[in-house]
Design a protein. Sequence first.
Length: 385
Amino acid sequence: MEVTARAPGKIILAGEHAVVHGYTAVASSIDLYTVFSIRLRSEDDDTVKLKLNDIGLDFSWSVRRIKEVLSHLGSPFSSTPTSCSLETIKSLATLVDEQSFPETKIGLASGVYAFLWLYTSILGFKPATVTVSSELPVGAGLGSSAAYCVSLSAALLALSDSVKLDVSQKGWSMFNESEAELVNKWAFEGEKIIHGKPSGVDNSVSTFGNVIKFKSGVMTRVNSNMPLRMLITNTKVGRDTKALVANVSARKSRHPDAMCSVLNAIEAISDEWSTIIQSHAVDDLYLSANEEKLRELMEMNQGLLLSIGVSHASIENVLQTSMKYKLASKLTGAGGGGCVLTLLPTHISGEVIDKLVEELGSFGFQSFTAGIGGKGVQISFDHSS
Ligand SMILES: Nc1ncnc2c1ncn2[C@@H]1O[C@H](COP(=O)(O)OP(=O)(O)OP(=O)(O)O)[C@@H](O)[C@H]1O
Ligand SMILES: C[C@@](O)(CCO)CC(=O)[O-]
Ligand SMILES: [Mg+2]
């Protein structure tokens, strides 16, 4: 039997970085998925194989070697989500180094540590072949790390004794609330290995889907009543969430009062965002007035993100270009490159969007739209093999 889990990426509508420091963010799932498949191998086949299709890397460990390297942990199986210690990360790094990880891709190694931690913690030392592929750009602000950790945790839990699923179900099925909560908590432990200090917003929106508000580790569902359309532009400038989050924290300790004021302002923007999208548009006039308010909020949020040091020349280029079309944009996710959102109001013509996409393309950027606010993590079982 093969178990497959898919988890969506996300866009942060308002409040990235502020949310790491306990201020509110608003985020939505998007219909681009990371998919993990796990096929258990026979017990005498002593290997765990990991195929990372998006980054073109394959690993194969013998179960005996994994046990040897993690022997200091005793039994790593745990029914409750547990953090990976620094000492254990060092052991996991040994396992990864032994597979001669290419130097040019070393920034991606933490994803493999997260895999090994979640795998051994949830499933123990079972031999298996694990494959991952994603529709999300990796490391571009659309929550690829969270979708990776959520889909991995979901597939592993589906094979564990911790959740009892109906494996005879055909097609995609959902976890119940408490199972999803468990998936989310394990995914958060994986995010910690990749991000350093994640707020938990990304894994929560990937697990539960739709639109959420998130503050100090607490998620509230937002019932969006507004048709939201965003153009997502990938600047293709590589960045790393862990480093950007650490830079903001360092700036906060250098200028605590100024940073507090900025983060409070960002929180006010997030709160207004959630109020606006929950309101029912009584007519077109009301809808355009709300779209105009969101446009202004995005402009302000972006200005504040620039002031905390997470914008980038490529992001500013997208802003300037969309401004020519009277459209507002803001970075999404950690910034420093990656993806930028441009709000597409309902009245905008397809011709204008095409022109904007073409102009953005001339800088080497890639623009696309995605469905906003769909379902969270899902699971499916294939008995054909
Ligand atoms: N499909 C994948 N295959 C392998 N590794 C992945 C994949 N998706 C994510 N990762 C891991 O996640 C890391 C990227 O996470 P990072 O948090 O920096 O970016 P992001 O999640 O795409 O953006 P943001 O956190 O701003 O939303 C990669 O370096 C890699 O370790
Ligand atoms: C930058 C950040 O706020 C969002 C990344 O998508 C980090 C986090 O919340 O963990
Ligand atoms: Mg991430």
